[in-house]
Design a protein around this ligand. Sequence first.
Ligand code: ATP
Ligand code: MG
Length: 285
Amino acid sequence: MDKTARMDVRKRLRLDPAAISVTVGEKGTDATPGVKGRKQAAKDVAKLGPKLADLQERLYAEGKAGGTRRVVLLLQGMDASGKDGAVKHVVGLVNPTGVKITSFGKPTGLERRHDFLWRIARALPAPGYLGVFNRSQYEDVLIVRVHNLVPPAEWKKRYALINAWEAEQVAAGVTFVKVFLHISQAEQRKRLLARLADVRKHWKVNPGDIDERVMWEKYREAYAAVLERCSTDAAPWYVVPADHKWYRNWAISHLLTETLQELDPQWPARPELDITGMTRALKES
Ligand code: ATP
Ligand code: MG
């Protein structure tokens, strides 16, 4: 694939504000825009992996040399939409030393005593790192809205608070890659059934996930609001059709690679080092 085609994936998957109801509807969850099939996807990812690893290492080096830039891959999606699988895939492509993974569950007592963005800010990666958010600040306008965990007057304010906070982080050197893993209700049922049928997957079973399914419509509304209100130029949303795990992995690999290509981190120069002198000294040692 040539460079222009690669640069396409972000354009292709960037949320289309005019099509949000279609986006969060059942349509398109098994689409595979930009790739022919599983085999082609595997080939592309095999080629892309080393590029992504190189770019990530450059970013890491830049961070060590005083740079401030970092990237956050933020993953949201219904239960069984493949957030864990996506984390595993991405981490498998890069040097895990430069990765900081954070999963956001039900807030702890300590977290509850702070503003909802407190734990998110604490989880931001240091300069040079790739942060991965498995769930995020958006839970505070998703599950919280669906289950009325705080009064509407409070969660309604959060969209603007999130936008302002993200813009602030972007100005400080963070690039967000916000990914909505879009699966159908039928695919979710299939995956939850597969968990029940396999003793090796029972550890993942959460009886609550089955009850959550009746809230699907409410989640759809809540996701529509997130996409409508929080896809900004500073931090846009990408919608990744996620019924096919291979497509999800292909798409996220491209989104990350394209993002890093645009950042174009450079190996830091070390003009203060006397490379010639050190080389000579070492050779003579
Ligand atoms: P997955 O199903 O995505 O693989 P999980 O659901 O098993 O992961 P857990 O840590 O067990 O992950 O649970 C996370 C739960 O915490 C989710 O139900 C999520 O909606 C909930 N959660 C996350 N953030 C909040 C929040 N701010 N307030 C309330 N609940 C939250
Ligand atoms: Mg769950």
